[in-house]
Design a protein around this ligand. Structure first.
Ligand code: FAD
Length: 412
């Protein structure tokens, strides 16, 4: 007999497990198929592993520079196997948490590749068939391959392969300066690896506000991260890489971080696609909001999805960029992070908070700062609720904090 479910979900990443939990907790009978590990790319190969390794790299760098805080440390070294062990422990702990929540909510989890046979029928890899009144496809995305830079998992690595490194390389070439490329550039450079980034667009982090991109370029220079913009890889011969600007480099490894493509197949009508597979914004929090919208009916303003790139300082933005407003009236206010008492105490003075205002409200915010990931959320709440600058001025911001930078911008 074919088993019957209210909802069948393909993919156990942020989109899939959020949808499954919400539906099951509202009383629906849910079946979830995951061919690999619960948690998807975000937990197993993306957001969480990179942030864990990044944290270790920042600790290493902080200790090496501890003298400026009045602390002398004689010897510091990196045991990369322990960095990875720590990362694995964090990932496993979080994965167990999601698995437990799914079990608690009585979601049936099938560890198998699923195939959609019709708008109501799913087959697992053993040939078992399941019936679901509604099917949600949340199969995620995979790293894009570039011609001439095909992954071999030894010299030319994807963002999945890079997590399997047993030890740190002496040098690395990173192709692409989006979130993944930029975060890995910071990880490697923090650990003292000779790091070069090539970016085809005219500036680093092409999707960011132009002033943010330029500031990151300045930061990369001070951190000895070499980068070439408007440049790509021309050819590779015996591990010798020639760039389109004629520079020749011999990196120990290459990380290609040049985008991800949705896992999309021909789906029957009526199957809802959410998360990275939808081909929209490829971020975990966007995938989660899509799941909440689909199951919980809570709509969200997609154009107000914040972006964050981690490292020190963090980079975050939301809404319109200055280059989007070329033909529109707007007011720009900016505060340098170095002007804030908290930044001086922390020794984290790099960056700025920039607000773009239109019609008395925030139209966009662009932040390069310690804690930018938390700062952008304050702006996200204000923008989502259409709160005017005048109203925001009534809020009392604690001192000393980085948030005071937002407060000061409001009065500029
Ligand atoms: C290195 C890296 C760093 C990142 N950092 C961040 C970050 O800091 N913040 C952020 O917001 N986003 C980040 N992302 C992006 C984020 O990981 C994705 O946006 C998010 O994982 C998308 O969630 P999803 O549920 O749509 O897909 P996924 O997480 O990709 O999950 C899809 C799941 O479906 C499974 N699946 C696919 N096909 C089938 C099938 N036929 N049957 C059964 N199972 C199937 C897959 O095995 C996978 O587990 C990062 C990505 C990478 C690669």
């Amino acid at each position: 007999m074919v088993e019957q479910y209210d909802i069948g979900i393909i993919g156990g990443g942020p989109a899939g497990y959020t949808a499954a939990l919400l539906a099951a907790n509202s009383g629906q009978k849910v079946i979830l198929f995951e061919k690999d590990k619960i948690g998807g790319v975000c937990l197993n190969k993306g957001c969480i592993p990179t942030k864990s390794i990044l944290h270790s790299s920042q600790i290493y760098k902080e200790i090496k520079n501890s003298e400026q805080n009045g602390i002398t440390v004689s010897e510091v070294s990196v045991d990369y196997s322990k960095v990875i062990e720590r990362k694995n422990t964090i990932v496993e702990k979080l994965r167990k948490g999601i698995e437990f929540a799914l079990k608690n909510a009585k979601v049936t989890v099938i560890n198998s590749k699923a195939q959609i046979l019709s708008p109501t029928q799913i087959k697992d890899s053993e040939g078992n068939e399941y019936f679901a009144k509604k099917i949600i496809y949340a199969a995620g995305s995979s790293a894009t391959e570039i011609k001439g830079l095909e992954y071999d998992s030894k010299f030319i690595l994807s963002s999945d392969d890079i997590l399997n490194l047993k030890q740190l390389p002496k040098s690395v070439l990173i192709v692409g300066s989006g979130a993944i490329g930029t975060e890995w550039a910071r990880i490697f450079s923090n650990f003292g690896v000779e790091t070069t980034v090539v970016e085809l667009a005219p500036h680093l982090i092409p999707t960011a506000d132009i002033e943010v991109s330029k500031r990151v370029e300045r930061i990369f220079k001070t951190e000895n991260i070499k980068f070439y913009t408007g440049t790509s890889v021309e050819k590779i011969e015996n591990k010798t890489v020639t760039l389109t600007n004629a520079q020749v480099i011999e990196p120990e490894i290459i990380l290609v971080a040049a985008g991800r493509k949705p896992e999309k197949i021909n789906l029957p009508d009526g199957v809802k696609v959410i998360g990275d597979s939808s081909g929209e914004i490829q971020l975990a929090h966007y995938a989660i909001k899509q799941a909440i919208e689909e199951i919980g009916g809570i709509e969200f303003k997609k154009e107000l999805t914040p972006s964050v790139i981690y490292g020190s300082p963090e980079i975050a933005w939301i809404g319109k960029r200055e280059q989007d407003l070329q033909n529109e009236q707007y007011k720009k206010s900016m505060v340098l992070i170095s002007a804030l008492g908290k930044s001086q105490c922390d020794g984290k003075t790099e960056g700025f908070i920039k607000l773009l205002e239109q019609n008395g409200k925030i139209a966009g915010a662009h932040i390069v700062s310690q804690e930018a990931s938390a700062l952008i959320q304050q702006i996200a709440i204000a923008m989502n609720n259409d709160i005017s600058i005048e109203k925001l001025k009534q809020t009392c911001f604690a001192h000393p904090t980085y948030s005071e930078g937002i407060f000061e911008c409001l009065f500029k």
